[in-house]
Design a protein around this ligand. Structure first.
Ligand SMILES: [Ca+2]
Ligand SMILES: [Ca+2]
Length: 329
């Protein structure tokens, strides 16, 4: 007897045992994206930059906002990466955005390219709890001292929940959004040039002067951490981003065919290929079409130019399609 378990698992959660689609959700990388840590796989950067850890930041798959995980900073851990021309903010628009879940009420670093003396070679400092517990705070420098500072009120991000934060420079305006609401704003002099720091870019701590040690540690979770230059991603209130993977033919699926002898055959296919197989199966099921279906093998080809594997309709017991997102978002 032939039947099929499931034609197409469009609701991925119903498909057990195969990559849930949500795992792979991430923002699209555009040319303005200079650093983007999804925190799903540690602290690898989608733009190819290499971050190294201070202490032991750890992935949490329990606490996460988007994708598979977030990164937990225990109050003595941080991330740094070497200076890059990508981090020269100059007088350009920029956006720093992330999700955070804060576990600390004292002043804490989120992102900076400076040291705690801030005398020389400073560019940007983004922190929390400087106005009071739960504020988001931004300091900008022309290279020497902190020339301008911008704050939200306190009490915004210290409730133990996840919050989306976006710091935006749009021309001479600095905007701080929390959960998509404009909560802090201020004005820079026209064409204010932010200093071109040579310090490492630092997440979750700030370097001590003349030392390879750090202070002002962040405690809590960070997720979907992104630095963008040349773009003000938001200038009015918005709904915080929640990237959903495409459910289109761009996706891929694992097709598992169970043969009547109990053997499983697995194919990793594009949805176009899966749909072609289903069309063949449906046609054959009502008595038309060829008795066998050909899969062109692009794997394990060995010395051959091409290998084709045939599946015989009469030998199929069931099949199952587990769709996943194969496209980079
Ligand atoms: Ca994530
Ligand atoms: Ca620099």
């Amino acid at each position: 007897m032939k039947f099929r378990i499931s034609v197409l698992c469009l609701t991925i959660l119903l498909c057990v045992g195969v990559l849930p689609v949500s795992v792979l959700a991430k923002y699209q990388i555009d040319t303005e994206t200079k650093s983007y840590l999804t925190m799903d796989d540690g602290y690898s950067d989608e733009t190819g930059k290499v971050w190294s850890s201070i202490g032991n930041p750890s992935i949490s798959s329990v606490e996460r906002k988007i994708g598979e995980g977030s990164l937990y900073f225990d109050g003595s851990s941080a991330l740094i990466t070497v200076d890059s021309p990508d981090f020269s903010l100059g007088s350009n628009d920029f956006t720093v955005d992330f999700y955070l879940k804060l576990e600390k009420n004292e002043s804490t670093t989120i992102l900076t390219q400076s040291d705690t003396a801030a005398v020389n070679a400073s560019s940007i400092y983004i922190g929390a709890n400087y106005v009071g517990p739960g504020s988001i705070d931004v300091y900008l420098s022309d290279g020497t001292l902190w020339d301008y500072q911008f704050h939200t009120t306190d009490g915004l991000v210290n409730d133990g929940d996840w919050h989306h934060v976006a710091i935006v420079r749009s021309s001479n305006q600095v905007l701080i959004f929390v959960d998509g609401q404009l909560e802090g704003t201020g004005t820079l002099p026209q064409n204010f040039v932010i200093g071109d720091s040579a310090f490492p870019m630092q997440i979750a701590a700030q370097k001590k002067p003349n030392l390879n040690s750090y202070e002002n540690f962040f405690k809590g979770y960070l997720d979907e951490f992104r630095i963008s230059t040349g773009i003000a991603r938001w200038t009015t209130d918005f709904t915080p981003p929640s990237p959903q993977p495409e459910q289109s033919a761009a996706g891929r699926a694992i097709l598992i065919i169970t043969m009547i002898n109990g053997m499983d055959k697995e194919y990793d296919l594009s949805m176009t290929e899966v749909n072609a197989f289903i069309s063949w199966y449906d046609a054959k099921d009502v008595g038309s079409g060829p008795a066998k279906y050909a899969f062109t093998k692009t794997w394990n080809k060995g010395p051959f130019k091409a290998r084709t594997e045939y599946v015989i309709f009469d030998k199929i017991l069931t099949f199952e399609v587990n769709e996943y997102d194969g496209a980079t978002q």
